[in-house]
Write a protein that binds this ligand. Structure first.
Ligand SMILES: NC(=O)c1ccc[n+]([C@@H]2O[C@H](COP(=O)([O-])OP(=O)(O)OC[C@H]3O[C@@H](n4cnc5c(N)ncnc54)[C@H](O)[C@@H]3O)[C@@H](O)[C@H]2O)c1
Length: 318
């Protein structure tokens, strides 16, 4: 079997980045993997470049000259963070991606680039139900807007032959270990993670809110599988909805109760937050992921299997 291309993971020290590098190296032992992140990768056996990619895109250059590489672009300002700071969201999520594509373009090789988008590219009254790969992007948040622009940049750079791009539209990834983060969907992990450890979780949205979720293990397996698909399998529209489970918050609470008993469910307190609700309730509830499933991308079986896989190890402190 030929050696897999070297892996470059922006945001490699974050939640999904750590898991992805770990999984890639387990699948192909000895695979070269480099993390580029604002913070050092905690595993000293992983090559780690500490840099703000949007400010110093040149750090990519030496990693792109040796031959075609696989880049997984995870570095991003996340949802509530983007809503709070439009300039930073545009700088990191849009200008940072343009710089990454430009580094690839001038490198002399056609690299495979996997960009991580989100259900947040959809929203509001125009979101079709179910929502799929042919649904028009109608973001109702700054985060979603930056991801929608990223999807278009990836399609165009692929069309121009600068990169071989792919975009994964990731459902909300649960259960993130450690502390809550700035994602508007942070409570989706919190409502399992906190009560299962005897802690209170505040629920900012109504229980009937629909959500689309994926486990961290399936998300990173999907990103790695997407990198290996022949580009032709995706056609000109490179954005693909990774397989997700369509659930409501009420169903998540029922699952929590099955695992942790009524005392765990009692630790979830409804505390409406209009800002978060405005973002999250606009996201699609019914997810058409048939293209990804037909291409063999991995999927979770049930919410129960996701909860079973959860181990409350600390998340990155960022
Ligand atoms: N986790 C989810 O539920 C989810 C859902 C949909 C999409 N996504 C997307 O997946 C990607 C990874 O998500 P995550 O949950 O691992 O996020 P995370 O916040 O845990 O990790 C992101 C990493 O990017 C780094 N980073 C941010 N700005 C940077 C910059 N300018 N230069 C270099 N590094 C920078 C951060 O330091 C962090 O380590 C993101 O693009 C996110 O938008 C995540």
């Amino acid at each position: 079997m030929p050696a897999p291309p070297p892996l470059v993971v922006t945001g490699g020290a974050g939640f999904l980045g750590r898991l992805l590098i770990d999984q890639a190296r387990r699948t192909h032992s000895g695979r070269r993997a480099t993390s580029i992140d604002l913070v050092d990768h905690p595993d000293p056996t992983v090559a780690s470049v500490v840099a703000d990619l949007a400010a110093e895109p040149g750090v990519l250059a030496p990693l792109l000259t040796g031959g075609p590489a696989t880049l997984v672009h995870l570095a991003s300002v996340v949802s509530s963070g983007a809503e709070a700071d439009w300039s930073e969201a545009c700088r990191v999520n849009i200008a940072g991606l343009i710089s990454l594509i430009e580094q690839c373009r001038v490198s002399g090789h056609r690299h495979t680039v996997v960009f991580t988008s989100s259900v947040a590219v959809f929203g509001g009254e125009f979101t079709a139900s179910p929502t799929g790969d042919r649904t028009k992007q109608t973001p109702t948040s700054t985060y979603g807007m930056t991801k929608a622009i990223g999807e278009l940049l990836i399609d165009d750079a692929t069309r121009k032959g600068f990169i071989d791009g792919r975009t994964a539209r990731l459902p909300t990834v649960i259960i993130r270990p450690g502390k809550p983060n700035l994602a508007a969907s942070s409570f989706c992990s919190g409502l399992f993670r906190e009560p299962l450890q005897g802690k209170v979780c505040l629920l900012p949205v109504p229980v009937e809110t629909p959500l689309v979720v994926i486990s961290p293990q399936t998300a990173v397996a999907g990103l790695l599988a997407l990198a290996e698909l022949p580009g032709d399998a995706l056609g000109a529209m490179r954005a693909i909805a990774l397989p997700g489970l369509s659930v409501t918050v009420a169903q998540m609470l029922d699952t929590l109760e099955r695992f942790g008993g009524p005392e765990a469910r009692d630790l979830v307190e409804l505390r409406p937050d209009a800002g978060i609700a405005a973002i999250v309730t606009g996201w699609p509830g019914r997810w058409d992921d048939h293209r990804a499933r037909a291409l063999g991308l991995p999927a979770d079986d049930t919410l129960d299997t996701i909860v079973t896989q959860f181990t409350p190890t600390p998340a990155p402190e960022i």
